[in-house]
Design a protein around this ligand. Structure first.
Ligand code: GSH
Length: 215
């Protein structure tokens, strides 16, 4: 199995964490990436397989798929242990919804910060930061009475943790006074599968003189 990703790919990092949690044998390959030219020229397999031209892409024999959530589903089918969706139907539905919300409701605000080159004083960031702050408050309330986002550690935790980590070095860190959210982020960051991957992203940021977030 081979995962094509980039050193600063949020969606690729999500997929990497899932691969590590599953302890799945998988080669991690960085596609060409620079802060200036981003993902261009596209890696030939990315160009061939993903009409969106995006990473992550997973190759496993005949299986050649893209999109981090699709990769989660494939990993779950191929490596059922340890399970990364909750067991009950209700909690699975909630975890899937929260995974989708991390990607499609929360993260688009982080993309606004990326496009503003993390200059959060720019007018377009104001609304994005406001929506992120509201999202953080909701997550803090959700995590007040539970250790993980939905019943047990799941892809929902991986998705929101990764997205919030990337937000942190772009000027959109959660308010540390949101103590339940802060404790959850520390818990996830300390996981044996997560810590080395977070360190790799941090090392890349430091090497490129970008701010390294505290967790
Ligand atoms: N929904 C996709 C989003 C993938 C995505 O946006 N990937 C970014 C890197 S984190 C990318 O390849 N961007 C290059 C581009 O859009 O041209 C997923 O979950 O994998």
């Amino acid at each position: 199995m081979k995962l094509l990703t980039g050193p600063l790919s949020m969606f690729g990092t999500k997929a990497r964490i899932a691969v590590a949690e599953k302890n799945a044998p998988c080669k991690i390959e960085y596609v060409p990436f620079s802060l200036k030219t981003r993902y261009h020229p596209l890696h030939p397999d990315v160009a061939r397989l993903n009409p969106k031209g995006q990473v992550p892409v997973l190759l496993d024999g005949q299986v050649e798929i893209f999109d981090s959530t699709q990769i989660f589903e494939y990993l779950e089918d191929k490596f059922p242990e340890p399970p990364l969706w909750p067991r009950s139907i209700e909690a699975r539905a909630m975890a899937r919804l929260m995974e989708l919300k991390a990607d499609e409701i929360y993260f688009p605000n982080v993309i606004v910060l990326i496009n503003a080159a993390a200059d959060v004083s720019r007018p377009e960031c104001k609304e994005a930061l406001k929506k992120m702050a509201a999202y953080y408050r909701d997550m803090d309330a959700r995590l007040a009475g539970q250790e993980f986002i939905a019943e047990r550690y799941s892809y929902a935790d991986i998705a929101f943790f990764t997205a919030s980590y990337f937000a942190s070095f772009l000027g959109g860190a959660p308010d540390p006074a949101l103590s339940h959210l802060a404790a959850w982020r520390k818990r996830i960051a300390a996981r044996p599968a997560v810590a080395p991957i977070v360190k790799e992203v941090a090392d890349y940021l430091a090497a490129n003189r970008l701010p390294v977030p505290e967790i």
